[in-house]
Design a protein around this ligand. Structure first.
Ligand code: C2E
Ligand code: MG
Ligand code: MG
Ligand code: MG
Length: 277
């Protein structure tokens, strides 16, 4: 009897798995058409220089509004794009849109503003990545100094040597490289010296705990000090309160980003100058 029920459970489990992969496949197919159907859009979130409170950068964050699923978080569909080989096409679309936005936004700005995109390591490691990037830069005729990429620390460390070479090429092109979600991965300080990057983005989880966790304060302070010694700038992500901002300023953090400054916004709102910081 015990055997029977064991088998029954097994069958049920298998069916569940099949349903899951079917759903995934369906989502892949919908995502494949999302670009053509105009269902994807980039929102932009400012980064502010703590020295003068000026916006010096915007990060592009992708949004998918699907007629079938409604709003789908990138945390959910980027993984699906990676698994299905769609990520390069998606990434190229993001990069081109961001280049266009950078040109637009810099036309009316007194200081240079970088527009940065998040890049999946699957996309980065594609053998055609650099040539695709160069093609888009030429097509849009944008200054590479006004473009940045963000790559997560964890993803980078998975295949360090290959990624190191590609990041070096990007930096040579003049593109700014940031290490995203820093502190959540497992790169040793020894590696930090070797990573081709201009900026460290301290993960939100450390910022969240600034007020009630003395240990994280110590960590943030140490990260900022080491980064500066290595000639890297530091951005804190997910800053939500004045208190966090003031502490970060005190620790000599260079830039902040987060709801305190602004949520990610559609392009129109930024071009219209519809928001103030
Ligand atoms: P990320 O690059 O670390 O982006 C930060 C995330 O935190 C964004 O979520 C942003 O909307 C959110 N955020 C910003 N400030 C605050 C704050 O003060 N409080 C809180 N609670 N959240 C804040 P989002 O837009 O859902 O993006 C999630 C992740 O998806 C990104 O994390 C990035 O890794 C990935 N992603 C987004 N767009 C793209 C893309 O175009 N390509 C790729 N490959 N990945 C992308
Ligand atoms: Mg990012
Ligand atoms: Mg991040
Ligand atoms: Mg994050």
């Amino acid at each position: 009897k015990a055997k029977d029920s064991g088998r029954a459970r097994y069958v049920y489990f298998e069916k569940n798995m099949n349903e899951k992969s079917f759903e995934k496949m369906q989502m892949q197919n919908k995502l494949r058409n999302a670009i053509e159907k105009d269902e994807l859009v980039l929102y932009y979130q400012p980064k502010v220089d703590l020295k003068n409170n000026k916006i010096i950068e915007y990060e592009a964050l992708i949004r998918w509004v699907s007629p079938d699923y409604g709003f789908v978080s990138p945390d959910r569909f980027i993984g699906i794009a990676e698994e299905s080989g769609l990520i390069s096409k998606l990434g190229a679309w993001v990069f081109e849109k961001a280049c266009e936005f950078s040109k637009k936004i810099n036309k009316n700005s007194e200081n240079d503003i970088i527009v940065s995109v998040n890049v999946s390591v699957v996309e980065l490691m594609n053998v055609n990545y650099i040539s695709a990037i160069k093609k888009i830069l030429e097509k849009i005729e944008v200054n590479p100094n006004l473009i940045g990429i963000e790559i997560t620390e964890t993803a980078l460390m998975e295949s360090f040597e290959t990624n190191e070479a590609i990041l070096n090429e990007l930096i040579e092109l003049g593109i700014q490289v940031s290490l995203d979600d820093f502190g959540t991965g497992y790169s040793s300080l020894n590696y930090l010296k070797k990573i081709p990057t201009n900026i460290l983005k301290i993960d939100k989880s450390f910022v969240d705990d600034i007020k009630n966790d003395e240990i994280d304060e110590t960590i943030i302070k140490a990260i900022i000090e080491i980064a500066h010694k290595l000639n890297l700038e530091v951005v804190a992500e997910g800053v939500e309160t004045e208190e966090q901002k003031n502490k970060l300023k005190e620790y000599k953090c260079d830039q902040i980003q987060g709801y305190l400054v602004s949520k990610p916004l559609p392009e129109e709102d930024i071009i219209k100058g519809d928001f103030s910081i």
